[in-house]
Design a protein around this ligand. Sequence first.
Ligand SMILES: [Ca+2]
Ligand SMILES: [Ca+2]
Length: 414
Amino acid sequence: MPIIRRSRGSSPPPSLSPPATVISTTSSHTNTTVHPAVGVLNGLLKDIPLPPWAIFIIFSLGLIVIVLCCLWVCKKCCCTRKKKKQPKKKDQERINLDGVNGKTTTALVQPDVNDVDYGSSRKYRGKLLYSLDYDSAQSEVVVGIKQANSLKAMDLGGSSDPYVKVYISPDKTKTCETKVFRNTLNPVFNEKFSFQMTKTALLKSTVVMQVFDFNRFSKHSIIGELRVQLCNVDWNHVIEEWQDLEEASKFEDGSLGEVCFSLRYVPTSGKLTVVILEAKNLKSMDIGGSSDPYVKVQLTLDKRKWKKKKTTIKKKTLSPYYNESFTFDVTFEQIQRVNLVISVWDHDAVTRNDAMGKIFLGCDATGNQLRHWADMLSNPRRPVAQWHNLLSAQQVNSTLTLKKKIPLSNKLPF
Ligand SMILES: [Ca+2]
Ligand SMILES: [Ca+2]
């Protein structure tokens, strides 16, 4: 205890004197070793009326601010570089989008890779040399089928058996064919066909030249076709030219024949009556240039097969007359969701029956068919009859995209 007191008592006097000694030693130390510039700095620091720790904090803060400034400048530089890159990306995207948006138009002007492929396949169908002449004294168009070149091979042996079918559309009363040339892709036909035609009819007509591959035991397949609108032809010159064959148009109005039927709907009793009256200009499906047509009447509900009935078979005719009536129970609520599918078939005793043409009316129909359906609905209890051009079964099926038959339970009222 006393020792402690003594030390405490003795310590205060030295504690007062040492700062003076320390300062003197430091000053002597700076004077001897430190650079003159640091001396000037120390002089300045001495002049600043702030304690050293405050100066240190201010200096530190200044340093931090400078570092932050450097970081900000660096960041700014990087951002501007990125921004310079980004617009390039946007430009690329914009170019791509333009390409997508204008695909139909650009494809027409300049084909892209896919179109080049398509073009090569088009060339691959081959080309046809034909001639056109109009004899105004005789009122007839003379179509010359001269020769074909580099036709597409349709048979397994890498060749074809080509012949050309010629007719004038829309009046298809006369159809001509060249001889069949066996096993060649470069046939020389040199045949001429004449078609009676007034000058006014000429302006509305199209010459159709279809190159087929003959097959003895299977259906003849089309290689390609040319369609020349006669209103665009300069008849002052003899027309003789090569043209690349096009892909055959799949759907030609009127070419499959026409069918006439009447529709009657009674909303109160929910009865839909379809009377199949007659058909005309049907295609010949059998050897001997005829068919055995019957008509199938089918109803679909919500795009599903629902109910069907069919007429009797009319033997060996392309203009059958039926006058057969079919009545279906269709409630007023259901009639809004129904399509009526009329199809004409050729009956064959031995082989499978062939579809000759098809048509559908109802909620998903368009044009003439929709008009007939709408007329029926707006004239309840009255039969409305109309002729319709048959379309190909594939075309109608793809529009309808029928699903499976409705399960039996769904048909029951309980
Ligand atoms: Ca063949
Ligand atoms: Ca038949």
